[in-house]
Design a protein. Sequence first.
Length: 118
Amino acid sequence: VQLQAFGGGLVQAGGSLRLSCAASGSTFSINAAGWYRQAPGQHRELVAVTGGGGNTNYADSVKGRFTISRDNAKNTVYLQMNSLKSDDTAVYYCRLQKGVGPASSYYWGQGTEVTVSS
């Protein structure tokens, strides 16, 4: 599975961006899909995740501002980011889980950079 993430950029505080993560290759049995981010000098953290059944989970810091969604027909996962803050500045990575449980495999995209200016 190959992942390509795009949609990052420079935006003013309060603005919006939509990130996309397109999967190609052996995309059958993709289960959960998530977005993570890593700010300079920080650990990578979970931003949002959506399970195979459509359930979603968000980091407290983005609840009410970010929305994760997926288009299974296009093998694409999105992250709509609204009301952006300077604290949202980071490189954003998508991750897909293929399979379930101990037999799962995980795939990472290359990252797309988001910079929020105050």
